[in-house]
Design a binder for this molecule. Structure first.
Ligand SMILES: [Zn+2]
Ligand SMILES: [Zn+2]
Length: 282
């Protein structure tokens, strides 16, 4: 399995000199399965560059599987600028969302209603397949995909991707591991879901000092994410969905501190801070 980060920022794009090393595009991750199937996790502004790359490599002709966590702007803002939607030979499979409300909005393609964007859904040349809603395990290409409901206002879903070559990836954003109200899925349940995954990508937007003002906003503190990664015995934990206020130096510091924390706890998990343009071969 190959993974490439095209966008790692949460909430809103953050271009500029203070974010140039980690990147300012909002969330989008490209996953290539062992059999070459293309999975796209979220459609934030990072998907624009991925789309250009897919067209250049002529991969837009193969079905492209889009797996969204939810429909907040930072996860869909790049979709109108995803080059394959303007190619009649593209086949884009949109996989189901976690709630009925989100699923209706997705099927209605409200981004392309002529109000939010000048081009309407009916005028897009690509062929779109909307896969029926299901929380059951699903096979895509060489992998089995599992979903889990996350703790996020309005709902979000996470994914576990187990590929035929034995490699596994968990994608868990946007998720608050210690929410103030009712818990949709506990930290323990998420640790079981992510158990011994090769790569766990998790929302790590906040620091302890950002709370309590941001408690309940649907994002986790870095310490909670380290607890999850350690409990799951994840091989590699990637801190993701960076706060717009976090500049490159702050993210360097977070990466350093995260690995110190894991070492102090005797954890075998290692941590990295997600960076735009970073590729991994699992
Ligand atoms: Zn988000
Ligand atoms: Zn969100």
């Amino acid at each position: 399995m190959k993974v490439r980060f095209y966008g790692v920022r949460g909430s809103v794009p953050t271009p500029g000199s203070r974010t140039v090393r980690y990147g300012g595009n909002t969330v989008c991750v490209d996953v290539r399965l062992a059999d070459g199937t293309v999975l796209i996790l979220d459609g934030g502004t990072g998907i624009r560059e991925l789309g250009a790359e897919l067209v250049k490599q002529e991969l837009h002709r193969a079905p492209l599987h889009v797996l969204l966590t939810h429909l907040h702007w930072d996860h869909i803002l790049g979709l109108p600028f995803f080059a394959p939607v303007y190619r009649k030979e593209s086949v884009i499979r949109i996989h189901p969302l976690g709630t009925d409300l989100q699923q209706i909005a997705l099927r209605d393609r409200k981004l392309f209603d002529g109000v939010h964007f000048p081009i309407r859904a009916a005028d897009l040349p690509a062929h779109f397949d909307f896969i029926e809603s299901s929380m059951e395990d699903q096979r895509i290409g060489s992998a089995v995909i599992r979903r889990i409901a996350l703790n996020h206002p309005g709902g979000a879903q996470g994914y576990r991707i187990d590929d035929a070559d034995g490699k596994s990836l968990c994608y868990l954003t946007d998720n608050e591991l210690s929410p103030p109200g009712p818990v949709t899925t506990s930290l323990d349940a998420l640790a079981r879901f992510s158990e011994e995954a090769d790569l766990v990508i998790h929302d790590a937007q906040y620091l302890d000092e950002d709370m309590p003002t941001k408690h309940g906003w649907g994002h986790s503190t870095i310490d909670d994410v380290l607890r999850l990664g350690s409990k799951a015995s994840a091989k590699h934990l990637v801190l993701f969905h960076h706060d717009p206020e976090r500049d490159d130096d702050a993210l360097d510091h977070i990466g350093h501190r995260a690995n110190e924390w894991l070492r102090e706890k005797g954890s075998s998990t290692r941590a990295s801070v997600a960076r735009e343009g970073w590729s991994l071969d699992l």
